[in-house]
Every structure is written in C-alpha cells, then in structure tokens.
Design a protein around this ligand. Structure first.
Ligand code: GLN
Ligand code: ZN
Length: 763
C-alpha cells in the first residue's frame, strides 16, 4: 500500500499570525510566553490540517528559520552570542536579526550588541536562511530540546510524527567558514551530534526521520560526494529509518550516489525530474522506499491528478509498499489556504491550489492508489473539469499574443546602431555634463502617499483625488531634484506600491490574491502575483505620470519600467508553457510601453532588472540557456527605440563576475548597479571584460540612514575611474530611495551632486 506524507508546512499562518506575533514581541508589546503559545497553536492547527496523511512533518515549524533552528540544535552558535545570559529564544533572535547594545531589550547592558547572521537565498527559492557560521575551531553539541518538545506535542495530538532535520552535508555546504578554513574538515566533529540526535529520537520510539539533503540536486565536487558516503555510513548504525529528502531539481550525475547511500528511503522531486525516476528505480536497492514528489510545492496550480495517476499506477504496481507519495518539496513555498480568498476571480480560483488544497490532492491520490480510481471518481471528475476549463479558457489563451511571440525575429532585439554611434547622438540631444548625476527611480513613500493609496483602495478617494495627490508628490520630487541640481530626473514612483504589482495590475493575464503570502525571511512575506494567461497590455501604464513629470522640468525625465525578467521571477508563473515564453510575452508588452514613452517625447528610459540574477538555475550547466532567453527578453523590451533614446537598466546586486558577458549583451546604454559596499571592487568584473557602455556604480548604500560625505563619494568615483573611463561614468545611489525619509535623501543627494561637481572640476 502506498504511503502518503508531507515534507513541510508553511509556518507563517493563513493570516500571517506568526508575522504579527513576532513583530509585536520584538517591539516589546507582547510577552515571550504569548509568542511561544502562538507557536504551539499554529503547530497544532497545521498538524490538524495534515490529518489523514500517513506521516506528518514535525520540527518544520521555526520561529525564524529552519536552518537557524538546526544551528541551535547542533549547538553551533556564533562566538559573538555565546555566553548570553538571557533566554534561548532571545539569543536565537539575536543571531537572526542582530541587536544593538542600546536597545530596550533585555541584557543589552551586560551582553552587548551583536551583528546579525548573514542571510542568503535558500536554493532557487525566494526564502532566505541564516547562514551557519564555522571556523576551524567550531565544536558541536547537541540540544535536542526543541525537537523533543515538538515531538511530544505532536504525539499528544495523535500525530503520526516524522521529525524533519537538515542533513549534515547540506548543513555544512550551506554554511560559511568565517576564517576561510575548510568547512568539510568539520564533518568528523559534526557527525557524532547527528548520531546522538538520531539515537535520541529512536529512544522516543520514532520510526522515520526525514533528513533533508537538497544539496544533492546541485553540482558537487568529488570531495562533497565523498562526504555523503562518509556521513551516511556513519549514521547507518542509528535505530531510526532515514528518509533522505532531495528537492528543487534533478539528481542527474548524483543519482547513483543518492540511490546507494545506506538509508531506508529516498525522496525525489518528480516534478522537475520525472524522466529520471525510472532509471533511478533501476539503481535503487530492492529494500529501499522511494518517495515521489508529484505535487508541485513551488507553484499554486491544481495538479493534473489523472496524468499523475497514469504515471504512478504502474510504479505503484512495481514498487508496492515501497512507494511513498508527497509534494515535491516542503509547502513552505506556497500560500496556506485558497479558501481565504474572497476577491479572487471565481474562474481563476477554480484552477488554483494552495497548501491545504495540495494536501487534499495528495489524499485523493493516496485513495486512488489504494482503493482504485473509482473510490475518488467525483474528485477526479472535478479536477478534470477545472483543468479542462483552464486549458481552453480564452482568458488563458490569446491567439493575438501567441502570434506576436511567433513573429519575434532577431531585429526585435537589435538597436539601429552600435553603442558608440548612439552615444554621440544621445550626447548631442541630452547635453549632459561629465559625471552626470541621477537616481534609481523611487523617492520616499511618505505617510501622505500611503494614506492616499489606502483611501483610494477603500473608495474614500476618487480617481481625480488620487491623481491629484500623486501629481502633488511627483511635483514635489521634481522640485527637490531641481533644487539639488541633479542632471537626469525621475518622477519618484509615488503611484507604485511595488515594482512588479504595479505592472501586473495593468497587464491582462495577471491575477492577485489577498492572502497569498509566502515567507521570504523571518517575519517578512511576499505576495507574488499570479501570471495565469497570455500577457497583453490594454493601454499605456506609465506614460501619463512620466509626461506629467516631464512637463514640470526642462531636464531629461527618465521613464521608469520594470523589466520582463524581473516581473517573471517575482511572480507565480504558468506551468503550461516554458518560463521563456511567458517572459517573451512580458517583453512584448513592456516593449509597447517603451515605444509609447518614446513617442511621448521621453528621451531616457530605465528598465529595472533587479531579479535577473535570481532566476539563475541551480546547476551552472543550465545557466547559459536561462541567460540567453533572459537577455533576449530584455533586448526585445528595450531595443526597439531610436539611437537618440537612451536606455538605462538597473540591477541591485553586487555579483557580476560570472554573468558579465550576458550583462554586456543586454546592450543598455547605461547600467546602474550596487557597488558602494564593495568599495568599487566589483567594477573589476566590468573592467576585465572591457565592458563597452556607460556605468553608474552606486556611491552610497540606501539601506543605511547614514549620510555619505562628499569626499567619500569623490574617493569612490576616483576608484571607479581607475577601472572605467571617466567619460562613461555616472554618479548615483545604489538603489531606489523609497524606504528613506526626505530628511535623509536631501543631504545625501546634495553631497552626491557636490561630489560630481568637484569631480568635473578635477577632484
Ligand atoms: N526603480 C526602482 C526603485 O527605485 C528599483 C528598485 C529595485 O531595483 N529593487 O525603487
Ligand atoms: Zn536596486
């Protein structure tokens, strides 16, 4: 009989209860006990939600992050928080968020302030974990109390518990050796802690432990592959059965290794790697359980249950008891409950499944496999009806859009002439000084802006009132920029709450949820828009605001757009066509906007690609394919303009070494990037590549309230000029200023403009 189980459940709560409880606790507005109590309530509710499964994950709940939980379980706390006098949970938050010595929190005076742990992306998701810190001195010491307490809670509730932990090799691989020592050398010290943990769980009568090793879907050096053998041969003496869980991709060259590790079961992602499963079964020793992740844990679409059954039934016959079925990965990456959605279009809603609905799909699959499809005839018929409706819906399929994509040819991505010729024409038109100054787009989102927006949404402010309020903010931004003496102005993005949502709301083919929140890190959640159909642009989206802004000044006003790759990467995307096709549809829609801006007399247009890097596949061998269509999409968007129109792009990250050729290939006239914290060293990548076009290396960090000194900016720009010819340099901040106050923005930009003037005068 097939076993059904789950790998992990979203912890934030259907109404983001955990977020609000955390933030209230951090502000000192509620007690630690109240927070712990809410955690217990959420766990209880979520285990209830998973009723009917043969195994339910325990230990997947975390107050901040599951990797940080694992660091505490293994006793691997950074040196700077060791010896803390206060509560363990508080120490946990000190690592997660840092703490100032002056803060109102307990123990500031005796234990001092600490820096937060580094945070980075969890594989190719938008979840961020706290990076484990190592040195050659790191020792581990088991603290199983969290897991044991949750196990006891689960059992008291009658849950068939399967504890979940991060496996030792992934744990080491995701961490960082602060002293540049070899972190793999810690494995012999780490494994006894794991042995002790597994023995402790075995002593509690635990049968199965899920041990997550997603690093197995990435390219591994021989020594890391070897580490898997070392680790699992050492753990094999433990008296629990291990289900080694991999997800987010295919095992590929690691399949043999994964299949033959001495564990009782293996979970694989059968969404990303269905074709790999049969060869894997042939590799798998005959006693091993194979868990197949057949429900997509990374998107919000209903599963095609009949198609899954067609594929699974023969495997069930072949594997018998050894077959387990689950979502592809933890459901952490999808929202909780579709039923919360009151405003979502009913037709679109009928195509979707959030975590709770995905678990229901799992139960249906389980019954079909055990009792035959007849036992779930009604459910399968409903599923088929929804899928058929989606497949054939005119809201999904727009023949005009499909025809337009089919007509894309090389000319679409080609500027009329090469950069050097364009640059001359642009210089003649724009008449900018050396070291031209600009900003990245947004100005402070003030209380007035937020109030006007919420009144507008609540119907208390009409169209005209809202427009007037936004125009007043735009006028203010223009006035401030003129006074500051900036060279290329922006309208300030007052009318945008979010750089993706703003465009999604105006494009056909996008839907928005009310409660579709997904944890990004700690208490922070994002609500990705849902790209469900062929994308088209019914009317211009930004032209009115930009032309209004341009009417207030003689200086060039930058049109401000979000690029297709970024819109795609920050959305839930379609599973019925390749990402590249959705991206090209977005590219055509934004291209129309670019051309409308040009027609309206806008001479400079910026197309932000903040999330281009985020879309890189986990395996380097797949990067080129992604970069090819991502760059092509950008080019389609940007390059249908006259030579005189200056195209800017903006990317806020600081790693370009490995993608510089693709960045150059985008052929934007100007790129603005985040460089201030790297002391301009990241420009080396551009220098070594002989990057041909103009660059605006950010001269100050917009995340910090500090006001950059004029002299510091001059120094940074001089360093930049050692790498990039001065005539191709711009002066600008690292990113947009929407999270800052005007009282910070004005002195900072004033110093920036003064620095540019000093540079023009020879420094
Ligand atoms: N134009 C956007 C802004 O200024 C860019 C934001 C981003 O790159 N994340 O806010
Ligand atoms: Zn940015």
């Amino acid at each position: 009989m097939t076993t059904i189980h789950n790998l992990g459940f979203p912890r934030i709560g259907a109404k983001r209860e955990l977020k609000f409880a955390l933030e209230s606790y951090w502000k000192g507005e509620s007690s630690r006990d109240a927070l712990k109590e809410l955690g217990a309530q959420l766990r209880k509710r979520h285990w209830d939600n998973q009723g009917g499964l043969d195994f339910v994950p325990v230990g997947d709940f975390a107050f901040y992050d599951q990797v940080l939980d694992m660091s505490f379980t293994l006793g691997n706390l950074p040196q700077r928080v060791q010896g803390f006098h206060g509560d363990v949970l508080d120490n946990y938050f000190r690592v997660a968020r840092g703490r100032s010595a002056q803060g109102a929190e307990d123990h500031g005076a005796c234990c001092g302030g600490v820096a937060a742990g580094e945070m980075t992306k969890w594989f190719d998701t938008n979840y961020h974990y706290i990076v484990p810190e190592f040195t050659s001195e790191t020792q581990f010491q088991l603290d199983a109390s969290r897991l044991l307490a949750q196990l006891a809670e689960a059992r008291a509730q009658g849950v068939k518990a399967k504890p979940v932990i991060v496996g030792p090799v992934t744990y080491l691989a995701l961490g960082k050796a602060k002293d540049d020592s070899d972190k793999l050398a810690l494995l012999p010290r780490l494994l006894p802690a794991y042995t002790q943990l597994l023995d402790t769980l075995a002593a509690q009568g635990v049968e199965w432990v899920q041990i997550d090793e997603p690093i197995l879907v990435t390219e591994l050096d021989a020594e890391w592959q070897h580490a898997f053998n070392t680790a699992y041969h050492q753990l094999k003496g433990c008296k629990v059965k291990l289900l080694l869980a991999t997800y987010f991709g295919q095992l590929q060259e690691n399949a043999y290794l994964a299949a033959n590790l001495p564990v009782a079961g293996l979970h694989v992602d059968a969404i990303n790697g269905r074709d790999d499963v049969q060869p894997l079964i042939n590799l798998l020793p005959p006693h091993k359980v194979l868990s197949l992740g057949v429900i997509n844990g990374r998107n919000i679409w209903k599963t095609d249950l009949a198609a899954v059954l067609n594929w699974l039934e023969p495997l069930a016959a072949q594997l018998g008891e050894r077959l387990w079925v689950a979502p592809s990965c933890s459901l952490l990456h999808v929202p909780v409950d579709l039923d919360s959605e009151q405003k979502l279009d009913a037709e679109i809603k009928s195509w979707l499944a959030f975590a709770l609905q995905k678990l229901e799909e799992l139960r249906i699959l389980g019954r079909a496999l055990r009792e035959g499809r007849d036992a779930v005839k009604t459910e399968l018929a409903q599923n088929l009806a929804a899928l058929t409706a989606r497949r054939t819906s005119p809201r999904v399929n727009n023949p005009a859009v499909q025809a337009a994509v089919a007509k894309i040819d090389a000319k679409f991505g080609q500027r009329q002439n090469a950069y050097t010729q364009r640059a001359q024409k642009q210089a003649a038109l724009l008449k900018l000084p050396a070291y031209p100054t600009t900003t990245i787009g947004s100005f402070p989102q003030t209380a007035e802006i937020r109030q006007a927006r919420s009144q507008y949404k609540a119907g208390q402010l009409d169209d005209a009132g809202y427009k007037a309020a936004m125009q007043a903010e735009i006028a203010r931004s223009v006035r401030e920029q003129e006074t500051l003496g900036l060279d290329v102005l922006v309208h300030g993005e007052a009318e945008r709450n979010d750089m993706v949502e703003y465009f999604g709301e105006q494009l056909q083919g996008y839907a928005f949820s009310q409660f579709g929140w997904v944890q990004s890190y700690g208490s922070r959640c994002v609500k990705p828009p849902i790209l469900f159909g062929d994308i088209s642009r019914p009317k211009a989206m930004t032209v009115e605001w930009i032309t209004y802004a341009q009417s207030l000044t003689k200086k060039p006003m930058k049109g401000m757009l979000t690029g297709p790759v970024t819109i795609l990467n920050w959305s839930f995307v379609r599973d019925d066509q390749p990402r590249s096709v959705s991206c090209k549809q977005l590219a055509l829609a934004i291209r129309e906007e670019v051309q409308d801006l040009e027609k309206a007399g806008v001479r400079v247009i910026q197309i932000d690609e903040a999330a281009l890097r985020e879309g890189l596949p986990l395996r380097k061998s797949q990067w080129k394919r992604y970069l090819d269509w991502a760059v092509e999409s950008f080019r389609i968007t940007a390059n249908g303009v006259k030579d005189e129109t200056q195209i800017h792009t903006h990317m806020c990250y600081s790693e370009f070494n490995d993608i510089i050729a693709s960045i150059a290939d985008m052929d934007a006239d100007v790129i603005t990037i985040e460089t201030s914290r790297s002391d301009m060293e990241l420009l080396d990548a551009f220098d070594h590549f002989s990057y041909p076009n103009e660059i605006g290396p950010g001269v100050y960090d917009i995340h910090s309230p500090n006001i950059p000194a004029q002299e510091h900016i001059v120094q940074l720009m001089k360093k930049a000029a050692e790498r990039i010819p001065a005539e191709r340099l711009w002066v600008n901040p690292d990113c947009g200023l929407k999270t800052r106050q005007w009282s910070e923005v004005i002195p900072a930009l004033s110093n920036m403009v003064a620095a540019a003037k000093a540079l023009r005068a020879g420094g």
